[in-house]
Design a protein around this ligand. Sequence first.
Ligand code: FEO
Length: 176
Amino acid sequence: MISPKMADSLNKHMNLELFSAHLYLPMSSCANELGLKGAATWFLVQYQEEMIHFMKFYRYLVDQGINVTITASKAVPNKYKTLLEMFEKTLVHEQLITTCINELTEQAVKEKDHASQIFLQWFVTEQIEEENNDRDIIAKLKLVGSNGHGVLMVDNELGQRVFVAVPGATVPIQVM
Ligand code: FEO
């Protein structure tokens, strides 16, 4: 059993994870348009991971007997000038998600909601990885600057990313 207040906060965050997926999918198509196939793959995998995060919240809320609310997603940009701009925006967004996850955890602790605390722990750890990945890529992109060859090398590395299913989470859709 979770409190209506906790359910409402988790529901809001579930929608933010869905927004994250919507944010990253056009980054993939924009990277593709820029000829950066590796980055297009990276952001597509990121989209898939965000859908998993969304589904984790959905599953948790439904398993707690909550009828979820899906709010309309706001429009997201689909034009970026450089890969560096995309990853800088990605890092800022992930820092926002980290703040939200931390606030949810604090609320769960305050309410002595042990189940939600345990549920949120996975996301606390996940956010460290999310931010760290973005920082690494930003550092590499800053090192190569506007050198086309360097950007293509980073792009090639980004293309190695593969989607790994998370145990216990359902992939809602299969892309590609
Ligand atoms: Fe689901 Fe990237 O936070």
